[in-house]
Design a protein around this ligand. Structure first.
Ligand SMILES: [Zn+2]
Ligand SMILES: [Zn+2]
Length: 347
């Protein structure tokens, strides 16, 4: 089959690779769309942590935000058949350890992560194989492009689900990129919550408005505290979902969130150098939640898409064919942080 292969630092090729062989508990899928995530770019640039630790080795097929159609099933498959439209988890647990049995397969010591950890081949290929237990059907009214949104959407759902919030709470989402805009839509699905999204890139914030987010603040142009004060919620932010990757923004979240509030952190920081006053976390009795991947969140994400509560078309900046991977990478790097999500169309 044809696939995109990262062969070394900044070496990416569209080429022939061996067809995948499925085991009895696996399903073979013809990939239709695969999003190019920041993680894929970090893998291409050789900057991803798993490359440094040796847990991911060249060469490999990247891509964990994919959708496709089932074309073959192993002998033991019960819930999927040829022709089913599907997407799948990024974390693949062993299915046997304590963490897996309790549903925390993102923390399984023996796990694989699709396209980025322990060389489980990803979705930037004509075909991908997946174990049945990490596969989900895409509803009829969600197209294959929407299917490729499910994984990042599930990560946003995971970040929101780290706090069980009340119906009248105020939520501040910081970082108006792809995940931040999805998280703001997830939080807005409960109409009684007030959701404020902050960012610094006009193009991305315009897309957020197009997706229906009401309170969008460009913090390069407006003072956030002033904005929250005008909304009447400055002293009453119950929950911050920090998606910016900027440590100064995390500092601001700790300062703004009300005592007893919660902060979810989705993503990784470019620099960990900080003058955060960590005593504030205790003094304000805060709960800070790390968010690794998207365990048990695919069904919620799919349901939100099925009910039309998530708009994603304004977030897809450009679409390339699989063989145009060089152009796609150049497009993303040239636009720096202005492109939201670039997708590869396959199959
Ligand atoms: Zn991703
Ligand atoms: Zn396990």
């Amino acid at each position: 089959m044809k696939a995109v292969v990262i062969e070394g630092k900044k070496i990416i090729k569209y080429r022939d690779v061996e067809d995948p062989n499925i085991a009895n508990d696996e399903v073979l899928i013809n990939v239709k769309y695969c999003g190019i995530c920041g993680t894929d770019i970090a893998l291409y640039l050789g900057e991803m942590a798993y490359l440094q630790t040796g847990e991911q080795k060249y060469p490999f097929i990247p891509g964990h935000e994919w959708s496709g159609e089932v074309v073959d099933i192993g002998n033991n498959i019960k819930n999927f058949k040829v022709g089913d439209r599907v997407t799948g988890d990024v974390s693949i647990g062993c299915g046997k350890c304590g963490d897996c049995r309790e549903g925390r397969f993102n923390l399984c010591n023996n796990r694989f992560e699709v396209g980025c950890y322990r060389n489980k081949s990803g979705g930037m290929a004509e075909y991908i194989k997946m174990p049945e237990r990490h596969l989900y059907k895409i509803p009829k009214n969600v197209d294959f492009m929407g299917g490729a949104i499910v994984e990042p959407l599930a990560t946003a759902v995971h970040g929101i689900k780290r706090k069980i919030f009340d119906l009248n709470e105020n939520i501040l989402i910081t970082g108006g990129g792809f995940i931040g805009i999805l998280a703001a839509q997830v939080a807005s699905a409960s109409k009684s919550t007030t959701v404020v999204l902050t960012g610094r890139t006009k193009e991305k914030l315009d897309a957020a408005v197009e997706c229906g987010i009401e309170n969008v603040v460009n913090i390069k142009e407006r003072d956030l505290q002033e904005y929250l004060k005008n909304l009447g919620i400055l002293d009453n932010i119950n929950f911050c979902v920090e998606c910016s990757g900027n440590i100064d923004v995390l500092k601001q979240c700790i300062e703004i969130v009300r005592p007893g509030g919660d902060i979810s952190i989705i993503g990784f920081y470019e620099s960990n150098e900080t003058n955060i006053n960590f005593d504030d976390i205790s003094l304000k009795n805060l709960e800070i939640h790390g968010v690794l991947a998207s365990p048990n969140c695919f069904k919620s994400a799919i349901s939100l898409l099925e009910k039309g509560l998530i708009k994603y078309k304004p977030l897809v900046t450009e679409i390339f064919e699989l063989r145009e991977i060089d152009d796609a990478i150049k497009f993303i790097l040239d636009r720096k942080n202005k492109s939201i999500r670039v997708m590869l169309k396959i199959g």
